[in-house]
Design a protein around this ligand. Structure first.
Ligand code: SAH
Length: 454
């Protein structure tokens, strides 16, 4: 660095870019400064904060020339809460930004500049879309607080309303917070490891209206149990399932090992397209049901099934993608590491009268090589891994046995680009990438990529 930038310097800068977590980026003589709240195309006044060797941070003081895409964030806690990163950007602007994020990593990490990245498929109404909320509760100065965590902290930003979750979740979150002391129930305090209620989880089947409430408590037995069940039924008379999960550990992990039924059924039902799904408390289920249909439709289109294929659905969860594929394929083999999810998957196949989908519990990187070693062969492989991407062993297995088509569903464009590069080097060609906006207002973007063997 030939010039020097120091903490507390005040500067006027032009914002060139936006990071994946929603900070504006300005370069001062080539030195990048990250400015939360600033948008590309803006001229802003900033105060320099922490500076490191290769980059630094700055605070936004004033927007001198605003982006045409800047909007007033509709949520009153947007600037503190870490749940959303992009409410200050118009929805159209968010979609443009997300496509650019994918394009950038495909060029930089995937070395795939020629691969088309299509415009992001977005939502008509990008609010109140979440079918699941996981809401932490805590005690602060003798008062219950609940809401969502401030970005990168364990500090709860207290709120009664979250406009990306369901209205039922708002009602339950706020009523429980304001009335739980009256029935003698205390929120968990992570500093003293005392109190009872740690998390409230609300899950809704969009197509059926069924509602599940999960209370994560520090102990199994608590004297306010019946009173809390009554309160929940009063606030949400449509509730069909109340569950308890017990977590007695000093940990940030939400769930403990024990899950009990308190009221109703231990599952709720939802449907996507023409398929019904039973979902239990701990199973993974996509959080945006409207866009899930778009996402699975895209995966199915890329799979190009004609009816005689044998297909793998790796990281299958409760078998959602598998059952879609099964309607168009000869056979589908789903694999998933969480045993409860596989139980759900098998039950869901049965529930829908689907007999050509088989499911196995285990790590994809262990089970799939085993299938191949036993002589099974597959035409198409669909993968939908968690954020860290596919396990190396799984990629090796793909390159060893070379199914002719791979459809990669990904919630993390960075690891997607890394894995596509590995498969490209082994003989696959990425045909196209379709981003889908599963998480409006946040900086996350989901993609479906189609790869064919050369
Ligand atoms: N395709 C499903 C689930 C995708 S989420 C859906 O759309 O609903 C990713 C899933 O991968 C989770 O259910 C997670 O439990 C599972 N998982 C994580 N690591 C795994 C591994 N090594 N092998 C198999 N499944 C794994």
């Amino acid at each position: 660095m030939s010039f020097s930038i120091n903490r507390n310097d005040r500067l006027n800068v032009f914002v060139e870019d936006l990071t994946h977590d929603g900070s504006g980026v300005a370069k001062v003589d080539g030195y990048p400064l990250f400015i939360p709240g600033a948008l590309p195309g803006e001229e802003v006044e900033i105060q320099v904060g922490k500076t490191l060797k290769n980059y630094g941070f700055a605070r936004l003081l004033n927007v001198t020339k605003a982006s045409p895409h800047r909007v007033e964030p509709p949520c009153h806690v947007f600037w503190e809460c870490g749940g959303c990163q992009m409410q200050h950007l118009s929805y159209e602007g968010q979609l443009v930004q997300k496509r650019k994020t994918v394009r950038d990593v495909m060029d930089r990490i995937g070395k795939l500049p020629h691969v088309p990245v299509h415009p992001v498929k977005g939502m008509e109404d990008p609010w109140r879309y979440r079918n699941k909320s996981q809401i932490p509760f805590s005690e602060q100065d003798g008062k219950v607080v609940s809401g969502f965590y401030k970005s990168r902290t364990h500090h709860i930003v207290d709120t009664d309303v979250c406009i990306i979750q369901s209205e039922e979740a708002d009602e339950l979150m706020s009523t429980l917070k304001h009335e739980m002391h009256a029935i003698g129930l205390e929120a968990y305090d992570d500093k003293t490891h005392r109190g009872m209620l740690r998390h409230l989880i609300v899950r809704k089947g969009r197509a059926t209206g069924e509602l599940m409430v999960v209370l994560v408590t520090r102990k199994k037995k608590f004297p306010q149990k019946d009173a809390v069940i009554d309160l929940i039924k009063r606030v949400a008379p449509e509730v069909t399932s109340i569950m308890q999960n017990v977590n007695d550990q000093k940990t940030n992990v939400i769930f403990g090992n024990e899950t009990n039924l308190l009221y109703g059924k231990p599952i709720i039902v939802d449907s996507i397209g023409n398929i019904d799904f039973e979902i239990s408390a701990r199973s993974f289920y996509q959080v945006n049901p409207i866009q899930t249909e778009v996402l699975y439709g895209q995966a199915l289109e890329y799979a190009q099934l004609r009816g005689n294929e044998t297909v793998i659905d790796a990281y299958c969860g409760i078998g959602t993608i598998s059952l879609f594929l099964a309607q168009k394929a000869k056979e589908v083999y789903g694999v998933e590491i969480v045993p409860e999810a596989i139980k759900d998957a098998k039950r869901n196949a049965e529930l829908n009268g689907i007999t050509n989908a088989k499911f196995e519990t285990g790590a994809a990187e262990v089970v799939i090589p085993k299938w191949y070693a036993a002589g099974k062969r597959f035409d198409v492989l669909v993968v939908d891994p968690p954020r860290k991407g596919c396990d190396e062993e799984l990629l090796k297995t793909i390159l060893e046995y070379k199914p002719k088509r791979v459809v990669y569903v990904s919630c993390n464009p960075g690891t997607l680009a890394r894995d596509l590069r590995i498969l490209e080097d082994g003989g696959y060609r990425t045909q196209e990438i379709q981003p889908v906006d599963m998480f409006p207002q946040s900086s996350h973007v989901e993609c479906v990529a189609l790869m064919e063997l050369e």
